[in-house]
Write a protein that binds this ligand. Structure first.
Ligand code: PLP
Length: 433
């Protein structure tokens, strides 16, 4: 090429959750059976979508409108329905114009960071969900800015760390929070959300809240939306149906814009998000027609409660199986469907191993581990020895070693086998050298 055509942020577009899949495919070709514990797709892991939700979709499919483009911001009746839901909570008030549809949160993330002025930065949690951290890094051309989630305080954000980082870096324009969090499963109490909002207010920032898991909370926690605590601060809340219907293949999500009239620049920025969507015409119509029918159905609250109960029971199972392995820390999640297993400082080294009987698989793992972080090394050995594919924690824009598993396996025996096998693999690995 006569010009360099590669975007300066291209190297930041990493997504460990999917990248590990390529390694899994390669190993599968060598004959290894892979158990996919990397991806947060309930349907792929065997969950059957409730028959009444399927029935609603079947009815919607019959409508001609379901096959057409819709308004750029989304189907007006659905946006009105969602705006009323926000207003019923108390807290910030919105209108249908404050609800903007995207092709999943993934699409919203690309635009929210992509159309932010390049010098304006968003600080987000570490460990980080890669879609946010990579998009922010690619947008800015620098490493993603992060604040610490503390594993010794149940993965709660360190607000003092956050405040100081915001105070001494005036390029920071927004704070990202994910509640419930991926990958830690942490759910933030009201005081903590208020603390983040206070920092935003003090320094003139807006808040981005990813609430994709907002209806998957357990262990005595209740759903608490950013709109209920935000007061007069500007905010963008990301919501979707991928995890709670669950329908990740719908590619349907939306943002709630909070307090846009409070700041002219924020309002102009939000209008630019809509303008960028206009270039694509609109987002997927069919799932938008399904949203009010499902979320407004009298069976929906029981559906959410049942699913939260299932994940709570599985979180206990995982915690019981993994929690007492020496050298690792496992916090009990309170929301979403992930568990992060943290290796304590100093317990990993570059000589540890697991026995891999198949020589071809062993050779592949020995090739892969060269120059890798110690948690990647464990993850590759784990896959080679057991076939279980998990995501290394350092792949989540995080300096701490560990890995993430899901609570999604629906086959009870298989899930118990996974947890037991992980516990025994860690014991063997950590004592191997
Ligand atoms: C925190 C978080 N946000 C967003 C998404 C993706 O949402 P969507 O399917 O709406 O793009 C995920 C998927 O795993 C996630 O974990």
């Amino acid at each position: 090429m006569r010009r360099d055509i590669v975007h300066s942020g291209a190297k930041s577009l990493t997504y460990a959750i999917r990248e590990i899949v390529q390694v899994g495919y390669q190993m599968r070709k060598l004959g290894q059976t892979i158990t996919w514990e990397n991806i947060g797709d309930p349907v792929q892991k065997g969950e059957k979508v409730a028959p009444w939700i399927r029935d609603i979709l079947t009815e919607i499919v019959q409508q001609d409108q379901a096959w057409a483009y819709c308004d750029t911001a989304g189907v007006p009746e659905t946006r009105q329905f969602l705006a009323e839901k926000v207003n019923q909570r108390g807290g910030a008030k919105v209108t249908a114009d404050d609800i903007i549809f995207f092709n999943g949160i993934g699409d919203a993330v690309a635009k929210v960071y992509g159309f932010l002025r390049r010098e304006a930065r968003v600080i987000g949690p570490t460990p980080a969900y890669s879609t946010h951290s990579s998009a922010e890094a690619a947008h800015s051309g620098y490493e993603h800015l992060t604040y610490e989630l503390d594993p010794y305080s149940n993965w709660m954000p360190d607000l003092e760390d956050l405040r100081l980082k915001v105070k001494y870096n005036d390029s920071i324009a927004a704070i990202l929070l994910i509640n419930p969090d991926n990958p830690t499963g942490a759910v933030y109490p009201r005081e903590l959300l208020e603390g983040i909002v206070d920092i935003a207010r003090e320094f003139g920032l807006f808040v981005i809240a990813d609430e994709i898991y907002t209806h998957i909370v357990y262990n005595g926690h209740k759903t608490l939306h950013l709109s209920e605590v935000i007061g007069d601060v500007c905010g963008l809340v990301m919501r979707g149906i991928s995890k709670e219907f669950p329908w990740p293949g719908s590619r349907c999500g939306w943002i709630e814009v909070l307090n846009r009239s409070r700041d002219a620049a924020f309002n102009t920025y939000v209008n630019s998000l809509l303008a960028s969507k206009r270039l694509e015409v609109c987002s997927t119509t069919m799932p938008q027609l399904v949203v009010p029918r499902v979320m407004g159905d009298e069976r929906y609250p029981a559906h959410l409660k049942r699913r939260a109960g299932i994940f709570e029971a599985r979180a206990r199972e995982a915690h019981e199986a993994l929690g007492d392995v020496p050298g690792v820390r496992v916090n009990m999640p309170s929301g979403a469907f992930y568990v992060t297993i943290l290796f304590e400082d100093g317990v990993l080294n570059d000589r540890q191993k697991l026995e891999i009987p198949d020589p071809k698989v062993r050779q592949m793992v020995e090739g892969l581990i060269k120059g890798q972080a110690n948690d990647f090394r464990f993850v590759y050995y784990l896959m080679g020895a057991t076939g279980i594919c998990v995501v290394p924690l350092t792949g989540f824009c995080c300096k701490r070693p560990g890995y993430r598993i899901t609570l999604l396996e629906c086959d009870d025996q298989k899930r118990q086998w996974i947890f037991k096998t992980l516990a025994s693999a860690m014991r063997t690995y950590l004592t191997s050298a």
